[in-house]
Ligand binder design. Structure first.
Ligand SMILES: [Zn+2]
Length: 547
């Protein structure tokens, strides 16, 4: 990072103080002259180190961007000492599934994430990423962020570039082109291949084609992470497919934001988790991530429309909607999805999160919007409203259709880590899913402390060492000497999420300090001016001459 960022805080930067301390120690000629003093000392912490082991009392010493010492008591000169007085010090949280590109360029401090202790955001999920990645990563590097950022490369975006949005198999030539784009993404620094087999065009991709691309990512050290083809009635088939992609592709594979959508399907997590256990028992490296909410969020069209109606892109979607018999078929399918899947059995369970073409719809449910249009609050008329929304330009939606029992069962599973599936919202704008503000604090406050679904130590593991290991980040995710000093300090009795579906724009509370690469990015309830985040690159990265 450029040196110009040092000293950007209002008061003297720790590094500047450290220089003065070194000079003083050298002049005194004491033993401290041999060891450079610490830049920062966190004293009296309950250290939850990320491994899942029980917390222990200790001090954490930081020099530069690195954890220099961890010991029961550190008696060494430090430019700054913070007495954390029994608060938890844990590794900064690593979010393996984010849509951070939505907002990070407007809000490079990513306040919503930092204020819940997140120090690393991984982009490019659901088969969707910038292609090529290199310019995107360079732009992030030039931006200067409070958090570290990495990315996957998206299979859907690649297929869209090479084949388009149509429902057909790839030719050998197209497959070769897609393979080359996966390899380019990996060499640019992707952590692996993401798929979104639920979405267009991922949904038109045969498993064999995904396996071929997964092999290319795997050869360069990447993993496969999938928003699965189906999270409703056929969720178990989809878990088997995700496992098969890992097994046949020869790479680690992950079910991302695992959930069971639609009341008739609740309880199926018993079977999906058994499938994961059975695969792991025979040696398939399959893992899971999840967010702690009983509602999902995505585009209304993607969530409610059948795949066939979305083939070919927006022009063709609009053409189908203007042809009466095709429109009737789409509507019948949307009615089914509202009743049995993403709609949770009632149009009230579908809430608009944001709409570019009518901001006033944000926060209103499909039943209310339908009434507002002079229609009946029936499922048929609600489906008609959904068609109207898509014709008008589409909206992001929130869908309340997940059972709490499945959610807790999935969170508790030892192979499940935490991922928000969130973004970087503009504070106060629209009505986004609260996961962007609350995921990590909610796991700590609700699922570790209040409900005891997880121990505190296991919750931290699922947010730090576990995703770090999955991504091959060898120097992050643990409170241990030699690791990068990504750290969060929080009060385990007070930490909690405040963001709700009704009032999502509320930061988490109970977190007192967040450090990224040794610099304090959040303290005393406010973001600092430091921007020490780095672009993280995955295992296939090829150095291109620059240092
Ligand atoms: Zn997704």
């Amino acid at each position: 990072m450029p040196d110009s960022r040092l000293g950007s805080r209002p008061r003297a930067h720790p590094s500047a103080l450290a220089v003065a301390a070194i000079a003083a120690a050298t002049a005194a000629g004491g033993p401290a002259a041999q060891v450079p003093p610490l830049d920062l000392l966190l004293r009296g912490a309950r250290i939850v180190d990320g491994t899942g082991s029980p917390w222990y009392r200790g001090d954490v010493g930081i020099r530069g961007d690195t954890i220099a010492r961890v010991a029961p008591s550190i008696d060494a000169p430090a430019a700054r000492t913070i007495d954390v007085a029994g608060a938890v010090v844990a590794p900064g949280f690593i979010d393996i599934h984010t849509h951070a590109a939505r907002g990070i360029f407007q809000i490079p401090t990513a306040d919503n994430y930092v204020r819940q202790g997140v120090t690393t955001l991984i982009e490019g999920p659901d088969g969707s990423s910038p292609v090529p990645l290199a310019p995107f990563l360079a732009k992030l590097e030039a931006l200067g962020t409070s958090v570290n950022v990495g990315t996957f490369v998206g299979q859907g975006t690649i297929r869209s570039r090479v084949i388009g949005e149509g429902s057909r198999a790839a030719t050998p030539d197209e497959l070769q082109k897609m393979r080359a784009l996966v390899e380019e993404g990996m060499r640019d620094g992707a952590f692996g291949l993401s798929t979104g087999l639920f979405y267009v065009p991922g949904t038109f991709t045969p498993t064999d084609e995904v396996v071929e691309l997964a092999k290319a990512a795997g050869r360069l050290g990447g993993i496969h992470i999938s928003h699965m083809r189906d999270e409703t009635s056929r969720v178990l088939d989809s878990v088997h497919e995700t496992i098969a992609i890992g097994e046949r592709g020869g790479l680690p594979t992950q079910v991302t934001h695992h959930k069971i959508i639609g009341r008739p399907n609740w309880g199926k997590s018993v079977d999906t988790l058994q499938a994961v256990d059975a695969a792991r028992a025979r040696g398939v490296d399959v893992t899971i991530d999840a967010y702690p909410y009983t509602a999902s969020s995505t585009g209304i069209q993607g969530a409610l429309f059948p795949a066939w109606a979305q083939e070919g892109g927006r022009k063709q979607v609009l053409a189908r909607l203007s042809e009466p018999s095709t429109r009737a078929k789409i509507k019948a399918d949307v009615v089914q999805v509202i009743m049995n899947a993403r709609g949770g059995g009632d149009p009230k369970n579908i809430v608009v999160a944001s709409c570019d073409w009518d901001a006033s719809l944000a926060g209103r449910n499909l039943s209310a919007i339908t009434l507002g249009r002079g229609l009946q609050p029936s499922v048929e008329d609600a489906a008609e409203t959904a068609l109207w929304i898509v014709q008008s330009g589409g909206c992001q939606g929130i869908f309340h259709a997940i059972g709490e029992e499945d959610l807790e069962r999935i969170l508790r599973h030892p192979a499940t880590m935490i991922g928000s599936d969130g973004e970087v919202p503009t504070f106060g704008r629209a009505s986004p899913h609260p996961r962007s503000y609350g995921t990590f604090a909610r796991v700590l406050g609700v699922y570790a402390r209040d409900r005891r679904t997880l121990t505190l130590e296991d919750a931290v593991r699922k947010m730090s060492a576990f995703p770090a290991g999955r991504l091959g980040l060898a120097d992050r995710g643990l409170v241990r000497p030699g690791m990068k000093a990504d750290l969060v300090v929080f009060d385990p009795a007070r930490v909690r999420d405040l963001a709700t579906f009704e009032q999502p724009h509320q930061y988490a509370e109970g977190i007192s300090h967040v450090l990224t690469n040794g610099q304090i990015v959040f303290e005393s309830g406010a973001m600092t001016a430091a921007r020490p985040g780095r672009v993280l690159r995955g295992p296939g990265r090829v150095l291109r001459g620059s240092p």
